[in-house]
Design a protein around this ligand. Structure first.
Ligand SMILES: [Zn+2]
Length: 367
């Protein structure tokens, strides 16, 4: 079989060389790519029953099992018990699926209604010879070659249609992979879709099933993104705390500060939305309460019972740069940079300021 394939490939090469028309040569290239895939398919490894930590070149799990030997993970092999559903097999979903497959996840459920196009080749994962296949089928083809131990399920459907939603729900509930499992049949749903409506559908399904999920998104210029953990009953759901609403709130707050000249206008603020489960938030709130010093009120009495604190002090706990629960600054808040211009009583020389700045930059780069 191997020798026959090699012969076919070299025959195709001579045929291609003899063709004057470039479009015919392209067609020959496509056939060659399919044959190459068949050749690779023959080299596919067989399934592995138990994950071994043995450090040999032939063990695909030796580097992962090292996490256990180094004491980072108690029992890495438990990864095989988990089912993860990935909704949207595009730029984020396909690569997340490949990473989880390489990590030896037990089962992946893949959802998308689209087909592979040549226009998708700017991204990682899909290959030109898969053009025309559904994205979920093409993903199963590639992923089963990479790691045949992973149970892969392809769902070519649109979760936003009535029928698609029903199949989506019943596939999440299906427990045939692990009948003993509590809750639904999956451990986590990853939303890797590219539009608000689809996120709301995932939100609805997960709320109805009491299913923990993670939302992800990448900005159009692909230089920033967000992830958000959603635990029904513990965190706000996606409808109640969409990233768009949070960002809009921060933007309007900054606009009012700029226009009405109060507080400190934030020059640059980039947030990762990290909504934390209530229990984590409660534990942190308790820790912070112990170290919390009541900020001095500027206007203790007002008819609206609004508590106003001075945020011109850059070290105040309650500065205007304080973020709602669940948000963290990626960079230090604007307040830390907006020290008033050096006045007469400032003893720092310009050299000290430069060194301070360099230290701050080093600290940022170290992250
Ligand atoms: Zn809600």
């Amino acid at each position: 079989m191997e020798a026959e394939l090699k012969g076919l490939l070299s025959d195709l090469q001579s045929l291609k060389d003899s063709l004057p028309d470039p479009s015919h040569r392209n067609s020959v290239d496509k056939i060659r790519a399919r044959l190459e895939h068949l050749k690779l398919g023959n080299a596919q490894r067989s399934k592995i029953k138990d994950m071994s930590a043995e450090v040999v070149d032939s063990n695909p799990y030796s580097r992962l099992m090292a996490l256990q030997r180094m004491g980072i993970v108690d029992n890495y092999e438990r990864i095989r018990e988990f089912s993860v559903a990935i909704v949207g097999i595009g730029g984020v979903g396909s690569v997340a699926a490949e990473m989880l497959t390489r990590c030896g996840i037990g089962r992946l459920l893949l959802y998308d209604y689209d087909k592979v196009e040549l226009a998708n080749m700017n991204r990682l994962f899909f290959r030109p010879e898969q053009v025309g296949m559904t994205k979920t089928d093409a993903a199963v083809q590639t992923l089963s070659d990479i790691n045949p131990d992973v149970v892969l399920e392809s769902y070519t459907l649109n979760i936003a249609t009535v029928q698609g939603f029903e199949t989506f729900m019943s596939s999440l509930k299906n427990k045939s992979f692990r009948p003993d499992k509590e809750g639904t049949g999956v451990d986590l749903v990853l939303s890797c879709v590219d539009n608000y409506e689809a996120r709301m559908v995932v939100n609805q399904a997960c709320n109805e099933l009491n299913q923990t999920w993670m939302e992800s998104g990448v900005s159009e210029n692909a230089v920033s993104g967000h992830i958000q953990l959603l635990v029904p009953g513990e965190t706000a759901c996606f409808a109640c705390a969409p990233p768009l609403g949070v960002v809009a709130g921060l933007l309007v707050q900054n606009t009012l500060k700029y226009l009405l000249k109060f507080g400190n206008v934030t020059p640059y603020l980039k947030e990762y939305i990290l909504a934390k489960p209530a229990r984590v938030a409660a534990a942190r709130a308790k820790m912070e309460a112990e170290a919390f010093v009541e900020p001095e009120c500027l206007h203790a009495d007002n008819e609206w019972n609004i508590s106003v604190v001075d945020d011109s002090d850059p070290h105040s706990n309650a500065s205007s740069g304080a973020l709602p629960e669940g948000l963290v600054h990626e960079l230090p808040s604007a307040d830390e940079f907006q020290k008033p211009p050096a006045s007469a009583e400032t003893t720092a020389t310009p050299i000290d300021d430069l060194e301070d700045l360099r230290r701050q930059l080093d600290a940022l780069n170290a992250d």
